[in-house]
Ligand binder design. Structure first.
Ligand SMILES: [Fe+2]
Length: 268
């Protein structure tokens, strides 16, 4: 079972650029085109937030069109740029999004692997939280045996990119870690928000963030570094569930020379 994670798409109203510069809709279109022709095709997609740049209906309509082209189940969770009500309206057939809860949290079965999505969003704020209500929901939906992937937009660990940590998960990370220390069946915590690939040990598992299919946050570990982005290669993660182990591959979108066989082509 191949779970493809894409994150931080920042889809814009058609015809506009993010920050006046980044054609996020064009990058999303490229990502969909490449993913749709992969063999073997991913079985399921997981989109870990900042699906849109401003939570508008016309942005979610672009997202819905891309997901339809992928032709596989897609599970969405909100990031700080999203709007829960607009997401619910844009995806009325996504039963996992339709609940009485103010939060978009759900547990689904991916065929031997459970996916638990946590909603870390604070409306109109860049940072995230896991308050007692959301953690209580998680406690009630965890078991101790099913291999489980937890997805959340804001990673539960400080990354060392200071300006992003200032708008990271500011509440509930320690409580989440102590809860997960009592579990040995959490295969991974997969996150977005950072627009680049970062890994850390967390409780008894690994936590990771995934690149964006558009712009990446600059790798800047100087605590004084200002917030900025770079047009590094856009990317995604493939989490492959095979033989009782989840193996994560980082992929990049774009045209590159090759593939070439590992042999000398000889004189021509
Ligand atoms: Fe983002």
């Amino acid at each position: 079972m191949i779970l493809c994670q894409i994150t931080d798409l920042h889809i814009r109203p058609p015809g506009s650029l993010a920050y006046g510069r980044v054609d996020t809709n064009g990058f999303f279109d490229n990502a969909v085109t490449e993913l749709a022709r992969q063999t073997p095709a991913p079985d399921v997609y997981l989109l870990t937030g900042d699906l849109t740049d401003s939570g508008r209906a016309d942005e979610y309509a672009v997202l819905a069109g891309g997901i339809a082209r992928l032709g596989k189940p897609a599970y969405l969770l909100p990031g700080n740029h999203d709007d829960r009500a607009a997401m619910r309206l844009a995806f009325p057939a996504a039963r996992y999004l339709q609940s009485d809860s103010p939060y978009l949290q759900y547990r689904v079965d991916l065929g031997g692997l459970a996916l638990i999505a946590l909603d870390t969003v604070v409306a109109r704020q860049a940072h995230g939280v896991l308050d007692s209500e959301r953690l209580a929901w998680l406690r009630a939906h965890l078991d101790t045996t099913t291999p489980t992937v937890i997805a959340m937009h804001h990673p539960p660990f400080a990354t060392g990119i200071a300006h992003m940590d200032e708008v990271g998960l500011l509440e509930g990370g320690a409580e989440l870690e102590s809860l997960l220390r009592r579990h040995h069946n959490i295969e991974r915590i997969v996150c977005g928000h950072l627009h680049r690939s970062i890994q850390a040990r967390f409780a008894n598992t690994f936590a990771s963030t995934c690149p964006s299919p558009a712009h990446q946050i600059t790798l800047a570990l100087d605590p004084q570094a200002r917030s900025s982005y770079r047009m590094e290669p856009p990317g995604y993660h493939l989490h492959v569930w095979h033989d009782g182990r989840l193996v994560t591959h980082g992929g990049v979108f774009g045209e590159f020379a090759g593939p070439y066989p590992f042999r000398d082509p000889g004189p021509t």
